[in-house]
Design a binder for this molecule. Structure first.
Ligand code: SF4
Ligand code: SF4
Length: 172
């Protein structure tokens, strides 16, 4: 497995200012779907909508910024198990980034041993957010876009690079 792509924690989902804190699994699922990116699925020939195919891109790392700010759900709102909250919080460095994130290479230094919640997989999305596996690709793409915008900006090279990768993966 590639070491370069970090594919980390996904509480990436931006929460709109008007949202109340979510409680319980269903509420989390609602939170996870709040305020989606406007990017949407790429269009194929003839204008038909194609389902995006999620993939992580090298040189991003946006989701390893663990202190995500008030627009995102807190770990307490995401996790039901207090030990997950504790683990998540123990990873946050003084600058808000994960202590295992190598900023120079933009990679995870414990990639093969990273916590389960750092794994962007349909099962994890279902478990944490109650998102149906059929919706995984779409939701994962939206999560990435939200996080990249939050960390690097909505006109960033990182966002362009992500959109290009998804477009290419989705049309192949
Ligand atoms: S935000 Fe998405 S593309 Fe960027 S490192 Fe995280 S999983 Fe990969
Ligand atoms: S352990 Fe840290 S650096 Fe590694 S994927 Fe998770 S958040 Fe990112």
């Amino acid at each position: 497995m590639s070491h370069a792509a970090v594919t980390p924690p996904y509480f990436a989902t931006v929460r709109s200012a008007g949202d109340r804190p979510a409680q319980g699994k269903n509420a989390k699922a609602k939170t996870a779907r709040t305020r989606r990116s406007s990017g949407g699925a790429p269009r194929g020939f003839g204008g038909e909508r194609k389902e995006p195919r999620w993939q992580c891109v090298q040189g991003c790392g946006a989701c390893c910024k663990l202190e995500k700010g008030t627009a995102f759900p807190t770990p307490e709102e995401i996790f039901q198990d207090p030990s997950d909250v504790q683990l998540y919080r123990s990873l946050i460095g003084p600058d808000g980034w994960c202590i295992h994130y190598d900023k120079t290479s933009r990679t995870c230094s414990i990639y093969s041993d990273r916590p389960y919640f750092c794994r962007v997989e349909p099962e994890i999305f279902q478990r944490l957010y109650g998102i149906d596996k059929k919706r995984f690709n779409k939701e994962a793409c939206s999560c990435c876009r939200d996080m990249i915008k939050s960390v690097y900006g909505s006109r960033s090279e990182e966002l362009e690079s992500f959109d290009r990768a998804i477009k290419s993966a989705s049309s192949s």
